[in-house]
Design a protein around this ligand. Structure first.
Ligand code: NOJ
Ligand code: MG
Length: 570
């Protein structure tokens, strides 16, 4: 074991100041013993936003056959598995998070035969396949919702949603004051079959995404069928959209802070989210997974998008008989700040340890500004350096990590899309660019010097569904593979070391004393990771040359905006 006070070694260059210990070393609890070693515990999963990954048929939209073409690339990168964003039949008002048929592939993305081929190929390559599931709401084009509209007030068809009469004269006001996450009221009024303005229905997102009523038994039955449908086709697990949603307060009362959800774009209305009844659903889904595991010995994964107010609340979602994991989003929202990173990492490790689950780290996804841009503070050099350092930090931590397509290419956010090309319903409902997501969903650049950069095949009939900027030429997979100093090689090397170093797996984090601006920790025997959040170089915690660093890192020095891994030989 290494001792917690490491900064010894040869003196760094003259500009390096002597370290002043700022943090007391603290041991964190190890994972619960006996919790098993299922593949997902420390897996690195690559998130494929299907629409923007690879277009195989030239219509400018990524598709399942395109994903299959690129599985070798993902295998070379070294991830353990793939999570596919929704590819189900959908009118695409929220790019697939508005599902009209949960058990069919949208023709724009392929068909079930193509999906089966993808499952087969993932199996051959040893990649796990996780699919998205969206139980909180469906599409307004879903047959259930169409039937509900046709059947009228008081019908059993309407009981599967939240229909209610309006308030005020003629029922012209929504049944309560809740606001939708993507702007506007959380209720829309329907025109009844006689042509009159009628009841209202609840939608926590867009009007095209009516919320299902989970107090109705048919809803749970339907999702049991959906899970089994995809499990029977061979998937390894599900990412669960809005996992703290589903149940609403039974009386649907007014919210004391009606604008909270819309203001924060987070699930904070305590009457609409995180109702205790939801845990029974996750216990039932876990039982379905266990049933399949009992049949074939393959561990399945339920990973929830559970945005809840406190880590303690989040821990409830990953109790041993509920979800296996829940995304820990605090790094996704973290500014480039040492104290912030350390606090959220320590908190996550501590809170999750008692549950037997592992932390599920995320720095990027399809809903957030990419780290290269988010951490830049307006500086085009600092952004990539900090993003690379943050990635190396995340990949050094115990638990699972999710990578979002393009982060291995060092892609920045595209922030200058013209208004008329923006597709995000947030923009159209709020007329604001705050929080819009098209900029992280630009089709990937694979090769060549001009759009579509190999995203669509030669002779494609359509342009990519969102335009790729010219500067994506510097980020093509072709370019980064040829450049050993690129993000791609950093990720690939980190993933390879994660798999092979004995210090990884379940070994706990031990914080190390470190100079100002530096976050440092050890794991297992001799593994050390340090990140310099400061503006100038700092002494490295280990004198030897690092095993891996996110940028140039001479022995004994940890430059600004750099992370590195060492094996410390006492
Ligand atoms: C969370 C998903 O990540 C996001 O993309 C989607 O718009 C909402 N849930 C609604 O389904
Ligand atoms: Mg296509």
């Amino acid at each position: 074991m290494i001792t917690p006070t490491l900064p010894a070694g040869p003196a760094g260059p003259p500009e390096v100041s002597v370290p002043a210990p700022v943090t007391a070393p603290a041991a964190l609890p190890a994972a619960v013993p006996g919790a098993g070693q299922a593949w997902w515990r420390n897996a690195v999963i690559y998130q494929v936003y299907v629409r923007s990954f690879q277009d195989s048929d030239g219509d400018g939209i990524g598709d399942l056959a395109g994903v299959r073409e690129r599985l070798g690339y993902l295998r070379r990168l070294g991830v353990d598995g793939v999570w596919l964003n929704p590819f189900y039949v959908s009118p695409q008002h929220d790019h697939g998070y508005d599902i009209a048929d949960h058990c069919a592939v949208d023709p724009v993305y392929g068909d079930l035969a193509e999906f089966d081929a993808l499952v087969q190929e993932c199996r051959l390559l040893g990649l796990k396949l996780v699919v998205d599931t969206v139980p909180n709401h469906c599409s307004s084009q879903h047959p259930w919702f169409r039937a509900a509209l046709a059947a009228g007030p008081g019908s059993p068809e309407r009981a599967r949603f939240h229909f209610a009469d309006g308030r005020g004269p003629g029922g012209s006001l929504p049944p309560n004051n809740w606001r939708a996450m993507f702007g506007g009221p959380a209720w829309s009024r329907v025109t009844e079959s006689d042509g009159r303005q009628g009841q209202w229905y609840l939608h926590l997102f867009t009007p095209e995404q009516p919320d299902l009523n989970w107090r109705h038994p048919a809803v749970a039955e339907e999702f049991d069928r959906v899970l089994r449908f995809w499990l029977d086709r061979g998937v390894d697990g599900f990412r669960i959209d809005v996992a703290a949603g589903l149940f609403k307060h039974p009386e649907l009362p007014d919210s004391p802070d009606p604008d909270a959800d819309e203001r924060t774009r987070d699930s904070v209305n305590p009457l609409a989210w995180n109702q205790p009844e939801v845990h029974a659903v996750w216990r039932a889904w876990r039982a379905v997974c266990e049933e399949y595991t009992a049949k074939d010995g393959r561990d399945r994964l339920l990973v929830g998008e559970a945005s809840v107010p406190t880590p303690a609340e989040q821990a409830k979602y990953v109790r041993p008989d509920e979800l296996h994991q829940a995304f820990f989003f605090h790094l996704l929202h973290a500014p480039w700040d040492l104290d912030h990173f350390r606090t959220v990492i320590a908190g996550a490790l501590e809170d999750i340890a008692a549950t037997g689950s592992t932390v599920t780290w995320v720095l990027n996804n399809h809903d957030q500004v990419r780290t290269v841009t988010r951490f830049a503070g307006g500086d085009p050099v600092l952004g990539p350096a900090r993003a690379a350092a943050a990635a190396l930090l995340m990949l050094a931590l115990p638990g699972a990590a999710y990578l979002y397509q393009g982060e291995e290419l060092g892609l920045p956010e595209v922030t200058d899309l013209p208004d008329e090309l923006i597709t995000d319903p947030i923009f159209h409902r709020t007329r604001s660019r705050v929080g819009i997501r098209d900029g992280c969903r630009i089709p990937l650049p694979w090769s060549g010097g001009r759009p579509p950069f190999g995203f669509s095949p030669e002779g494609a009939t359509a342009q990519p569904w969102l335009p790729q900027p010219e500067h994506f030429a510097a980020h093509t997979a072709e370019r980064v593979l040829a450049d050993t100093g690129s993000f791609w090689h950093l990720y690939r090397d980190a993933l390879q070391l994660r798999r092979s170093l004995p210090q990884f797996g379940e070994a706990a984090v031990r914080w190390l004393e470190s100079p100002p601006g530096v976050l440092a920790f050890a794991r297992g025997e001799g593994f050390v990771c340090a990140v310099n959040f400061g503006d100038g170089p700092a002494p490295a915690p280990v004198a030897a040359a690092p095993l891996l660093a996110s940028g140039p890192c001479p022995p004994g020095v940890l430059p600004a905006a750099t992370a590195a891994w060492w094996i410390h030989r006492p």
